[in-house]
Design a protein around this ligand. Structure first.
Ligand code: ADP
Ligand code: MG
Length: 295
């Protein structure tokens, strides 16, 4: 049945079909890994790019092990579409389809869901899968397994990665800063550990450096004391910055949580805001500050 499908598919013997499928197989070679890494790095920063590479690496290890265990020979080829003598390795499951499925499902799970990106991605995965069958390298069951497995890998290894990463990155610490610039640098390093939806409470006396800390992440940030809220588009995503020092009525804050970005709140105690992460800045002297970060 699996073989019958390969044969039927290859019976559509046309140079154009062959060219299209060769192109899609080419689009799932190793260099797609580099291209996808670069795109995820530009759109999401090094954390996203690293997460993608690690999930892909673990998934390929699994696929390698499954190939060796199952050791299913590749389907023979028909009509000289692929030179049978030059095919090597095992058939189950399809590595190229995994190369296509992992970045596609990674995008869908980790970035904003936009249909005009998701649909072409799914078409791409489907075309790569079909190309592997047409070129006589795989059975339909190989590519179906790879698609399901790449989805599962994104879900399961992604969760595992998030858990381990949170344990490594999100550890409580106290840092010392001797200048506003140093505080801003600490803030930027800290911002890399945040996730969408985090609410960072900033505590400390007037002039401790709470606004200076936010300025490290959203460069033009000034105190929103009189406007209550400022918003910035930054490389860490959308940042909302509140200063509740003069808040009189908590109902002014109804729209305050931002699931799509990161929220910073100075004087959270004025409205009993419980954040997900707390930053406390302690003024030691004119220039020295102790910065306590608690997740
Ligand atoms: P807050 O928002 O906590 O009231 P600001 O950030 O508005 O405080 O002001 C902090 C002031 O302290 C700034 O004038 C800044 O230049 C100064 N400063 C001196 N040393 C530091 C430091 N190590 N970190 C942050 N700010 C510092
Ligand atoms: Mg301030």
């Amino acid at each position: 049945m699996d073989l019958a499908f390969v044969l039927w598919f290859q019976s559509i013997n046309h140079w154009f079909v062959l060219a299209v499928f060769r192109m899609f197989t080419f689009f799932a070679e190793w260099w797609i890994i580099l291209a996808a890494t670069a795109i995820f790095f530009i759109w999401g920063g090094w954390r996203k790019a690293l997460k993608y590479l690690i999930i892909l690496g673990i998934a390929h290890l699994f696929v390698f092990a499954i190939k060796e265990l199952v050791a299913r020979p590749r389907p023979f080829t028909h009509n000289g579409v692929v030179d049978y003598n030059h095919t090597f390795g095992y058939s189950f499951p399809s590595g190229h389809t995994l190369n296509a499925g992992i970045p596609a499902f990674f995008y869908i799970h980790n970035f904003k869901k936009k249909l005009f990106i998701i649909i072409p991605l799914l078409v791409y995965v489907g075309m790569v899968a079909l190309s592997r069958i047409y070129l006589g390298q795989h059975f339909a069951s190989d590519v179906v397994f790879s698609i399901l497995f790449s989805w599962l890998a994104i879900w399961a290894f992604g969760r595992l990665y998030d858990y381990v990463e949170a344990r490594i990155l999100r550890r409580n610490k106290t840092l010392t800063s001797n200048s506003e610039e140093q505080t801003q640098k600490i803030a930027r390093r800290f911002a890399h550990t945040l996730n969408d939806g985090d609410i960072v409470t900033l505590k400390g006396d007037l002039g401790a450096g709470k606004t200076a800390f936010v300025r490290g992440i959203a460069t033009p940030a000034t105190s929103p004391t009189f406007t209550l809220e400022n918003q910035y588009a930054t490389r860490f995503g959308r940042i909302k910055h509140y200063d509740l020092y003069r808040i009189e009525n908590k109902s002014e804050l109804l729209e305050f949580y931002n699931p799509e970005g990161i929220t910073f709140v100075e004087w959270p105690e004025k409205a009993e805001i419980k954040g997900t992460v707390s930053v406390e800045i302690e003024k030691v002297n004119d220039n020295e500050r102790k910065i306590h970060i608690n997740y």
